[in-house]
Ligand binder design. Structure first.
Ligand SMILES: Cc1cc2nc3c(=O)[nH]c(=O)nc-3n(C[C@H](O)[C@H](O)[C@H](O)COP(=O)(O)O)c2cc1C
Length: 177
């Protein structure tokens, strides 16, 4: 089985995960920016990785548009976000909001913890994070989750963990649909 990992990454977290997965499998690894030059017909499986911004998996709409053309291929998505890996319900909600039930039957979904890198972040994203921080800081009563989020986003951090790719490596090693 020939597999492709196609990743979209703004500050490098998703790219690092894509490269870790490629190191542990014999999958090819390509940036989303190079998608026009890729011969998708050569692949039996496509694993699409991208980061979460404002509860949206970036460029996922593009990936979903390809599904009708990719009949017979095994398909999966991994999303990289600031949420910790343990947050079960928010992760389920994320995929329920970004894929229809039918799409979720067709596409395997995985979540990986990323981080925040203010140095590599673009100006617009930095400004959005500042608004989010102000909004949380201005709340009179913060839930424990909001309190933790406010602390986490006050500076850059890296929660990426190579061990978290294990379920994806297993998925790629399987042969069935
Ligand atoms: C403007 C902005 C919005 C974000 N929104 C979310 C979000 O809704 N949920 C989440 O888990 N992470 C969110 N994040 C965190 C990113 O998903 C995280 O930084 C990720 O590791 C980035 O991966 P990348 O460097 O591959 O793009 C947001 C980050 C930015 C800059």
């Amino acid at each position: 089985m020939k597999a492709l990992i196609l990743y979209h990454s703004k500050t490098g977290f998703t790219q690092r995960y894509a490269e870790w997965i490629a190191e542990e499998t014999d999958a090819d690894c390509e940036s989303f920016d190079h998608r026009d030059g890729i011969r998708f017909g050569d692949y039996d499986a496509v694993l699409f990785g991208s980061s979460v911004h404002a509860a949206t998996i970036l460029k996922l709409k593009w990936f979903k548009r390809q599904i009708p053309d990719w009949e017979g291929k095994r398909l999966a998505v991994f999303a990289v976000g600031a949420m910790p890996l343990s947050s079960g319900t928010p992760v389920e909600q994320l995929f329920a909001q970004n894929l229809t039930a039918e799409e979720r039957r067709r596409v395997a979904t995985f979540y990986l913890p990323g981080g925040l890198d203010y140095e590599r972040m673009g100006a617009v994203d930095r400004a959005m994070m500042a608004i989010f921080r102000k909004m949380l800081a201005g709340k009179k009563a913060r839930t424990p989750d909001e309190e933790a989020a406010l602390k986490a986003i006050s500076s850059s951090y890296d929660a990426s963990d190579r061990r978290a790719i294990a379920p994806i490596v297993r998925w790629l090693a399987r042969d069935e649909q």
